[in-house]
Design a protein. Structure first.
Length: 115
């Protein structure tokens, strides 16, 4: 049974925007931290942003000023708003949740930035 389900990926032109969603089960959504990671072909998975259960956020340098992480507690969902997308942002984007010794990952959603 899927615990984290990402959606919202797709093909976008350079300079465009996308909003990714990650829907979680209630128990997972209550964990301490939820994150967005990404993995480009041939590269290691890298951290993009995190948001705590209290709503505090933090970003990788590559995501600052262009990406925004947020959460909707009523929908058990976190989001990643991505603006001014570049070809280098092409990757599979993953949602992750951690807390209390557990660690869950979603299946990922593909984002392709290309003209």
């Amino acid at each position: 049974q899927a615990q984290l389900v990402e959606s919202g990926g797709g093909l976008v032109q350079p300079g465009g925007s996308l909003r990714l969603s990650c829907a979680a089960s209630t128990s997972i959504f209550r964990l301490d931290y939820m994150y967005w990671f990404r993995q480009a072909p041939g590269k290691e998975r890298e951290f993009i942003a995190l948001i705590s259960s209290d709503g505090e956020d933090s970003y990788a340098e590559s995501a600052q000023d262009r990406f925004t992480i947020s959460r909707d507690n009523g929908k058990n969902t976190i989001y990643l708003q991505m603006n001014k997308l570049k070809p280098g942002d092409t990757a599979v984007y993953y949602c992750r949740a951690t807390g209390g010794g557990v660690d869950y990952w979603g299946q990922g959603t593909q984002v392709t930035v290309s003209s």
